[in-house]
Design a protein around this ligand. Structure first.
Ligand code: SRM
Ligand code: SF4
Length: 563
């Protein structure tokens, strides 16, 4: 095509661009093997090659280093303190107590002694040194778990509104999450071969990948199932979400929304967060087919040249929603029907005890920023271990980094209460803290520009004071912080979002909806703590005086034109 014609046609321009380096790595990887075997066996360094660092993500791991130790090690001319982060695939966040106990042990024996609950209903381990990687994954495998495709350019862990024990509809949503997760797993046996010592595939030939092909997807891909009125999964933040429609206590179908995503880069207007848009409705038994069709469109049309523009949200933006819906329908035996209405009331977790109609009890336990550890008098890790050892309940991880101790009997309920109390795990946090989330950031995240998990708790203490001084101690407001603009704690959907810009400095975003259906907007850039508190102090005082009845903070700043 002539250059002039190409300039008028952005897609032709895209196709004319060279594929990114990652595309070449995937293509040459023999279904995600690369030289990972050799790299793990090599003992001279705690790291692996750069190409293998990209491939190991498909197996649920990242090579990281302890950034706190960087300056001192550099001074002493030492290599970085390398270690791996491993993320499990746990569809809808459900673990048996035996599985939880195995992961609790693994954290102590092979990682840094803590478990990190993520914003996508799973566990991360940090600090696994190279010589421990295989042993760690063998323990994961022995517990009937894996980390396959937990990271990488592929469909990740599938989320669903928490706790399948809550109702038949929740159970059905959970089953859908599991079915989609299984269906979209890669066929490659590389994970078993490299880490678990599986037999080599006959002739060492790479497997076919009927859904993905040898270059998998252009970028990560994320799916959730939401059961209204709860939007705990933040359905609009992901590439693809299914919003359940229930009739007479049965899940009958899903409104499908696509093209959400949080990631952005400071100062790059080509990148931005986006909320997913409705593309139609499907009966419940077609959800897997719809997921495969949407994945197929993104596989074929996603941007494989510029990784920053490679998510589904940009494919839809570049080609248009109508084109996208038509392309999805072309791949389905039965086209999508018009989207059905849905109503959400919030995107947080309600902490505390609930009981279901079978007389079982469930405790949603607040875990600050998802970190399960023993710290001083707060011995959460030991408490959860003891609960797993002495009750028969399950563990459900929530999209808000909390844990539900689920399916407990009448006898077990008081035992759980006793165990928590005797380990110093008393709840009763402010509603502000319970609705706050921070991403991991420093010291492990290689992309962090500022603190997040280690800083948010103290900032919340200061904000609690401001809310209390204004008579708003019981006001629910979502606060989310990330150490960089990638958006791992979904800060652009929060009523108050802090996005790391520089050490100790954050962009302030305001105006998300309390039910997660509206993006917030950038209000002020690069503020330190003193400025953040001054700016927010004034806005919170205004809110206390001028808000409408039951008006949320996010709605107030939007209505009054603050942003
Ligand atoms: Fe994330 C990259 C942690 C949920 C958007 N994310 C990372 C990495 C792996 C850093 C890296 O690439 O080197 C972080 C590892 C930190 C560490 O030390 O553990 C990281 N992301 C996390 C977790 C653990 C945050 C948490 O505190 O819970 C979450 C793990 C989820 C899981 O279990 O799978 C996590 N990440 C998210 C979410 C939220 C979600 O999906 O609901 C998002 C925004 C939604 C989205 O995908 O658009 C998110 N993470 C990113 C991005 C930006 C992607 C983009 O489209 O631009 C990156 C950077 C990248 O991919 O290049 C990233
Ligand atoms: Fe790291 Fe940024 Fe994600 Fe936080 S938001 S975990 S700093 S990539």
């Amino acid at each position: 095509m002539a250059p002039a014609a190409r300039a008028r046609n952005p897609q032709a321009k895209l196709m004319a661009q060279e594929p990114s380096r990652n595309e070449t790595i995937k293509q040459a990887s023999r279904a995600l093997r690369g030289t990972l075997q050799e790299g793990l066996d090599e003992i001279a360094s705690g790291a692996i090659s750069e190409d293998d660092q990209q491939l190991v993500k498909f197996h649920g791991m990242y090579l990281q280093d302890d950034r706190d130790l960087r300056p001192e090690r550099a001074k002493r001319k030492l290599d970085r303190a390398y270690a791996f982060m491993a993320r499990l695939r746990i569809p809808a966040g459900l673990l048996s107590r035996e599985q939880y106990l195995a992961m609790d042990r693994l954290a102590d024996d092979r990682a840094n002694g803590t478990l990190r609950l993520t914003t996508r209903q799973t566990i991360q381990f940090h600090g696994i040194i190279k010589s421990n990687v295989r042993a760690a994954l063998r323990e994961v495998n022995a517990a009937m778990l894996n980390s396959i495709a937990a990271c990488g350019d592929i469909n990740r862990n599938v989320m669903a509104t928490s706790n399948p024990y809550r109702s038949a509809v929740h159970r059905a949503a959970f089953e859908t999450a599991r079915a989609i997760s299984d269906h979209l797993l890669p066929k490659s046996r590389a994970w078993y071969e490299i880490f678990i010592d599986d037999e080599k595939v006959a002739g060492g030939e790479p497997e076919d990948e009927p859904i993905y092909g040898q270059t998998y997807l252009p970028r990560k891909f994320k799916i959730t199932i939401a059961v209204p009125p709860d939007n705990d999964v933040d359905a609009f933040a992901h590439d693809l979400s299914f919003i359940a429609l229930a009739e007479a206590g049965r899940l009958v179908g899903y409104t499908v929304v696509a093209g959400g995503g949080m990631g952005a880069t400071h100062g790059d207007p080509e990148t931005h967060p986006a909320i997913a848009q409705a593309i139609g409705y499907c009966p419940a038994d077609q959800a897997v087919a719809v997921a495969e069709a949407v994945v197929g469109v993104q596989r074929d049309f996603g941007n494989r040249a510029v990784r920053k523009r490679a998510r589904l949200k940009y494919t839809i933006e570049d080609r248009g929603l109508d084109w996208f819906i038509a392309e999805v329908n072309r791949r389905l035996a039965t086209p999508l029907q018009p989207a059905r209405p849905f109503h959400f009331t919030g995107n947080g977790d309600a902490t505390g005890w609930t009981s279901d109609t079978d007389g079982r009890h469930h405790l949603t336990l607040f875990v600050e920023n998802g970190r399960i550890a023993d710290r001083g008098d707060w011995r959460l890790k030991s408490a959860l271990r003891t609960i797993a050892q002495t009750t028969a309940g399950d563990f459900v991880f929530t999209p808000n980094q909390n844990v539900i101790l689920a399916n407990l009997t009448d006898d077990e309920k008081p035992r759980v209460q006793e165990i928590l109390a005797s380990h110093g795990v008393v709840q009763g946090f402010s509603i502000l803290r319970e609705n706050a989330m921070a991403c991991v950031a420093l010291p492990t995240c290689g992309l962090a520009l500022a603190e997040s998990e280690r800083y948010l708790p103290s900032l919340i203490t200061r904000l609690e004071r401001i809310f209390a001084e204004n008579g708003l101690a019981d006001q629910r407001v979502t606060v989310r912080m990330t150490g960089c603009p990638n958006g791992c704690a979904r800060p652009y959907l929060a009523e108050i979002g802090f996005v790391g810009r520089n050490p100790g400095r954050y962009n302030l975003h305001l105006g998300g909806a309390a039910d997660g259906t509206r993006l917030n907007r950038l209000y002020r850039e690069d503020l330190d703590e003193a400025d953040l508190l001054t700016v927010l102090g004034k806005l919170i005082a205004d809110y206390a005086m001028k808000r409408g009845p039951a008006e949320s903070f996010g709605d107030f700043v939007t209505r009054t034109g603050v942003i």
